[in-house]
Design a protein. Structure first.
Length: 268
């Protein structure tokens, strides 16, 4: 299976196949300080139809020009609430986004960056990021009622945390698709960003038998990939989820007939 996944990775893990995807916005920012803020906005809104996701992200980033990092660092809570009033992306309101970004602001003030915030909770012998991520989310959640972060749920609550793990993939990995920027967090600790597309594929590939797309399933799938690629267990996330994303956008993916969900027989 690994050799076939590697073949597909070499063919399709390329920036030309990214569009349309919220990840595109991260390519516009060279400074990792700006990129980590853009990544928060892009990943927390990464649900629903991808074209609407991009419109919503663009709307927010236009308010943060020219530097999203400086904007978040310097904006007052009153101004941020006013700027984001009236915003809505499906179930996410301007108040939800304000609460998250104020948590981001607090973390930056305390630690200097979001990378430093998460790194603070890392333990060398921890196999995955579940516990550090729970502490990280807690820091970002102080402005949500009851501390319940509706945009980045905590791993401690059992959620698969797809958007949070997607954010980590973007910021930690660095290849033709993922731009990276966080050098202090090893890719070996990442967790698969589990959504319905990835869950369906992994069921077909026999990487899990679990029917619920929760954190336990995400960890089981991650461990299966870790046995293939110990240093990079989310290496194949992009290529395995591409067909579903393109299908939702009404685009015919040029390599879809080569990918595992259409050709499980090639991986057995």
């Amino acid at each position: 299976m690994t050799s076939e996944l590697e073949r597909i990775y070499r063919l399709y893990n390329k920036r030309q196949f990214v569009r349309p995807d919220p990840l595109e916005f991260l390519y516009l920012y060279e400074d990792p300080a700006d990129r980590e803020i853009v990544g928060v906005v892009a990943s927390c809104l990464a649900y629903g139809r991808v074209l609407q996701i991009k419109k919503s992200i663009q709307c927010i980033l236009e308010k943060m020009t020219p530097s999203p990092f400086r904007f978040i660092r310097d904006v007052s809570p009153v101004s941020l609430k006013r700027i984001l009033s009236g915003f809505r992306h499906r179930f996410t309101t301007g108040d939800d986004l304000t609460a998250l970004l104020l948590g981001v602001q607090n973390a930056i003030v305390r630690h200097g960056s979001l990378q430093s915030c998460l790194t603070r909770y890392l333990v060398k012998d921890t196999e995955s990021l579940t516990e550090p991520l729970s502490s990280f989310v807690e820091e970002l959640s102080t402005n949500f009622p009851g501390g319940k972060n509706s945009l980045f749920p905590s791993p401690s609550r059992g959620s698969a945390c797809k958007r949070l793990n997607l954010y980590l993939r973007w910021m930690v990995r660095s290849d033709d698709v993922d731009p990276g920027g966080w050098d202090n967090i090893p890719a070996s600790k990442l967790i698969v960003p589990l959504d319905t597309h990835m869950h369906r594929v992994c069921l077909k590939l026999g990487l899990t038998k679990r029917r619920q797309a929760n954190m336990k399933t995400a960890l089981e799938i991650t461990e299966a990939f870790r046995r293939m690629v110990p240093d990079d267990p989310v290496r194949y996330d992009f290529i395995l989820t591409r067909p579903g994303i393109w299908e939702n956008a009404g685009i015919d993916f040029p390599g879809k007939n080569n990918l595992p969900q259409q050709r499980k027989d090639t991986l057995t």
